[in-house]
Ligand binder design. Sequence first.
Ligand SMILES: O=C(O)[C@@H](O)[C@@H](O)[C@H](O)[C@H](O)CO
Ligand SMILES: [Mg+2]
Length: 402
Amino acid sequence: MKITSARVIVTCPGRNFVTLKIETDEGLTGVGDATLNGRELAVASYLTDHVIPCLIGRDPHRIEDTWQYLYRGAYWRRGPVTMSAIAAVDTALWDIKAKAAGLPLYQMLGGRSRDGALVYPHANGADIEETVDRVGDFLAKGFKAVRAQCGIPGIATTYGVAHGSKFYEPATKGLPEEQIWSTERYLDFVPKLFARLREVYGFGPHFLHDVHHRLTPIEAARLGKSLEPYRLFWMEDPSPAENQEAFRLIRQHTVTPIAVGEVFNSIHDCRELIQNQLIDYIRTTVVHAGGITHLRRIADLASLYQVRTGSHGATDLSPICMGAALHFDVWVPNFGIQEYMIHAPVTDEVFPHAYTFQDGYMFPGEVPGHGVDIDERLAAEYPYDPAYLPVCRLEDGTLWNW
Ligand SMILES: O=C(O)[C@@H](O)[C@@H](O)[C@H](O)[C@H](O)CO
Ligand SMILES: [Mg+2]
């Protein structure tokens, strides 16, 4: 089999997505997600201008060799743009390989380790009682784990909380929105949210919380300690992780489990965190961490240290990434949980998919490949619409981590 053509499809059904479609001389096609929120066209150009010309004529079955060719062959290694582009190729090739075998992708990875993947959605509200109600809505739908984020008194805009009645969505149209942050107000407030959630729902459901890189290590340690009575499933991204060693300080102070890695793109970003057992869950994804081929390497390293997977699954990762992730999740031995921030109906229409949700779990489906496609005719009706992630400032104007 040979790759005869490949193209990038940029579309905005509700939000922007970048998709790579690879075609072969045997009529089999595969698709991969290449979406990098707020920097979409950089990956589209990387693929169109620099990667696709190298793919034509190659054997699509040689996934590992193609991965190495694009990683080592570029000379300039790693980084979110490069690794998202490689991921798109890798995902599309796994899709083709599984379709050629007539098998769902998880069978190509080694078969099922479990029936379905435990998932968590996002509940958010302007105040504690609204957040408690939103969590209740998800529990009523059968979810067994829910992430809770809440507006903080005295801060106009809080990470993870919707403006008005619209669903929360990270990127906004126009130039980056500026948000204000107060660590002091946040640290005082968050334990009250989880105290109330445990009071209302008891200790049956799993609760998760995303700090979104806002704290210094000692502040993160304080938050972890103050949340211990509420037994969170995890505290996510408590502090920026460029300095992996910094997590030792957090770890020494608290037994609240820690999840990190949605912004990582390489095994080297998390090697020390994993080998020193400074985290409990690794959140690298198919799209931003070099595809299934590289994610598998990260998960295997993590398994040696009893670190489990908890892949990023926000709406800015396309249904193609979600489909591929679910095949990975039902296979990977050291699975923890999968994020499932539910896509808008218009997104689902453009990306028809075989995956389903039932009683707190998601199932990748049994169709050959990863089970997600793109309706190109419909996609063309939603042209690219530039949007940016917000930026964050402290109350005195200092630029901070969003
Ligand atoms: O855990 C999460 O889902 C978040 O951290 C993301 O929504 C993140 O803000 C976006 O993916 C950024 O594009
Ligand atoms: Mg996050």
